[in-house]
Design a protein around this ligand. Structure first.
Ligand SMILES: [Zn+2]
Length: 80
């Protein structure tokens, strides 16, 4: 069983969450090039180690939360 640290509900079973993907900074719409938008929309870093991810706690507080997860060990830690 894997527990995710929800900032509002505390540690909860991963089955209560929906994975939202890697957290990537959005480029500035006024200055971004088409290549930067393509990378933002389609390119993932697929990091080996700690990465920030967005999760939706649909069977709990119904909030989108950012959680750091180690991709090799599945250790998690809260970002807030
Ligand atoms: Zn929650």
């Amino acid at each position: 069983m894997m527990l995710l640290p929800c900032p509002w509900c505390g540690p909860r079973n991963v089955s209560e969450f929906t994975y939202g993907g890697e957290r990537t900074p959005r480029p500035d719409p006024a200055t971004a090039t088409p290549a930067e938008w393509r990378d933002y929309l389609y390119t993932r870093r697929n990091t080996r180690g700690w990465t920030a991810e967005t999760w939706y706690h649909g069977n709990g507080c119904r909030q989108h939360v950012v959680i750091e997860r180690h991709t090799l060990t599945n250790e998690t830690r809260s970002t807030s």
